[in-house]
Design a protein around this ligand. Sequence first.
Ligand SMILES: [Zn+2]
Ligand SMILES: [Zn+2]
Length: 439
Amino acid sequence: MLNLKNQIRAAVAASRARIMTIAEQILHHPELGYREFQASRLMRDLFGELGLPVQENLAITDCRAVLDSGRPGPTVALLGEFDALPVPAHPLADPATGAAHACGHHAQSAALAGAAIALTATKAREKLSGKIVFITCPAEEFQGLDFCRKLIAEKKLVYCGGKAELIRLGVFDDVDIAMMIHGGCEHFSPASFNGFVMKKIVFTGKASHAGLKPQLGINALSMARQALSLIDAQRDTFEDQDSVRIHGIITHGGAAVNVVPDRVELELQIRGKTPAAIRDAAEKVERCLQAAAMAFAGAVQVETLPGYMPFKSCPELEQLHAANLKSIAPEVTFSTGTHRGSSTDMGDVSMIIPSLHAYNGGFTGTPHGTDFLVTDPDQAYVQAAALLALNAVDLLFGDAATGKRIAALPTPLRREEYRQLMLETSRPAEWNYRKDKAV
Ligand SMILES: [Zn+2]
Ligand SMILES: [Zn+2]
């Protein structure tokens, strides 16, 4: 195996210029979720050039290529996200859309490309069992809720999260183990991330002259303010270990200052460490919304959309990743075991498949900030490419004994349980306390 691993490292080093070019091309053409057409074409063309069979246009911009050893064994998925997010003040933002790679997803696609180049160039398939699938992943950044809702209404999507949509479409049906490496400022692998659900909320009241006849109106902004206050007061009721976070924005606060607001819209994100914690918090939020509508004899409509499932890391995958990192960068410190209050759609994958979501260095600044930039492209792109390929070799070398063992590890949910949970989460609710029921 050492021989093959040395060949992989040499092949990655030899393709350094190509990996850098792919990273730069995606970095300088940032595309928002479900609109990553150029990045998708770039990756599809590369996989085709490597002679790998490619499926494309899955979840609008995803493509999936397969390297088949021809021998039975587990299927290992290597994942690379490629969506940007709106940070208009970022120095590399697209002036037209405000999109920028302020989360560094361009590095993931470059690493995925480098891994595919190295694994094909070395003829690794002759030494492995099972399959390696390369999956480009759209729309990890949960933003543009109304854009996603439009795609859902047009029946182009069912879920906003890219990986949830890929799971729904069957892209992970044959996958036994999944791994990805996210760009960061340090090398580590979180044990877990929060999951979340989204709520799109509309309070409806009644317009009236705010100075002359406010008593004839029903103030939707008052309902929203009281609902947010009630939600704040719920914070005492959450268990510390559930890591619950509820945050939101008012996306429409009224039409004019001299009119009692008759329509106020909010978006709330409800996070927690387990599906049960999220469900509990979401029920409390709904009670607060309902109570505020009742207090003012108004109405509230609540649309709940699945966000991301909580992420749970596979320690066995972390161990082999740490060993490969040590072999190529012995000076680097690698840590594990922390919980993150943020979320990733890799959570959905980790609920049903043993998964790794490691961070690799090479960046500086604050993720999603204007200063998040690559300062060490060799770490961010080339080292990450080598790690993905080396991890896959560990899992599938020979008769794939390590891969088979890890593939058999239990996951938090069975696939059918996951599907059911996603279906149950998507639901509308409405409470109308208006005397005239005129909503
Ligand atoms: Zn991000
Ligand atoms: Zn990210």
